[in-house]
Design a protein around this ligand. Sequence first.
Ligand code: PBG
Ligand code: ZN
Length: 324
Amino acid sequence: MLFPDYRPRRLRQNEAFRRMIRETHLTVDDLILPLFAISGQNVRTPIESMPGHFQLSIDQLIKTATSAKNLGIPAVMLFGIPDSKDPLGTRAYAADGIVQTAVRTIKDKLPELVVITDVCLCQYTDHGHCGVVEGQTIDNDASLDLLARTALSHAKAGADMVAPSDMMDGRVAEIRNILDENNFSQVPIMSYAAKYCSAYYGPFRSAADSAPQFGDRRTYQMDPANAMEAIREVSMDVEEGADIVMVKPALAYLDIICRVREEFDLPVAAYNVSGEFAMIKAAEKMGWIDGPKVMLETLTAIKRSGADMILTYFAIDAAKALKA
Ligand code: PBG
Ligand code: ZN
C-alpha cells in the first residue's frame, strides 16, 4: 500500500474513526495497586520519592483500599514493613505479622477486593537480602522453606493470591507444594518470573526499608542485558506451577513483555516499578511533561506490549482518569 493510493491519515481525521481503529484499550480491570502496610494507628508516613504513596497503618490502608475498590480496581498487592528484623526474616512468616494482619483485616472489611501478597524476605531480614545469607552468599535451597512458609502464612490469613518476588531457583514449586498440602490448592501463584536487577527499584527500597546491607542482588535477580534467559526463567516458573507470570520492571523491558506474551499462554503481568513512577512524577513536578498524559501513554504502552495486567503506583490516578 503506497501513497497516494493509501493515506493512513484518512482514518485519523476524527475521534470516531480513531476510536474505531484503536488496538489497545486500557481499562481499570488491568490495574493492581501496590500498598505498604506498617504497624500502628493513624500512621500515614509519606514516601518522599513516591508522591501520593504512604506507609499505612492498617486502619489507613483500609481507607485507601476502599477508594481503590470503589474506583473499580480489582486487586491490591500488599507489602509489609515489620517492627523488627532478624537473619532469618521470621516476621515474614509469623501468623501475627504485619502482612498477615493486614490481609485478615482487608478480607474482613472488603471481601470482594482481591488481595495479592508479595512473598519475599528482604523487608524482614536484617541483612536485607531476599534469602538466607551464608557468609557473603545467598543460600538458595535454605531459603526455599522460609519462602514457602511465608506464602502459606499469607494463604492462611486469607490472601487470594501469592506473588514470590525473591528470585530463588525452585521457589514456585516449593510454594505450590506447601499450598496444596495444606488445602490451599485454589490459591494461585503470580510469580515474579523475569525479575531484573534494576536500579529502578530505588524508591521502593526506601519505602519498604529493604535495601541490602551488603553487596547487591546480582546473584539472584537477572542481568538487564539478557532476554533469552527471561524465557528460561519464565518456562521454569510455568512448569513449577505459576498461574500468572510477571515481568519486572516494565518500561525498560517492553521487549521482554512482548516475547513472554508470544511464547507462553498464561496471563502476563508487568510491574511498572517505583523508579518509573518517580521519574514521571518528578518531571511533572518540574513542569517538564504533562504528567497525566504521560501516565496514560505509559500504561497503554505496557498493555500494548502484551501485559494483561499492570502493577502500578498510578492505579488510583489512572482509574480516575479512565473514568473521566
Ligand atoms: C522485594 C521487592 C522489590 C520490589 C518488589 N518486591 C525490591 C527489590 O527486589 O529490591 C520492587 C518494586 C518497585 O520498585 O516498585 N523483593
Ligand atoms: Zn526481596
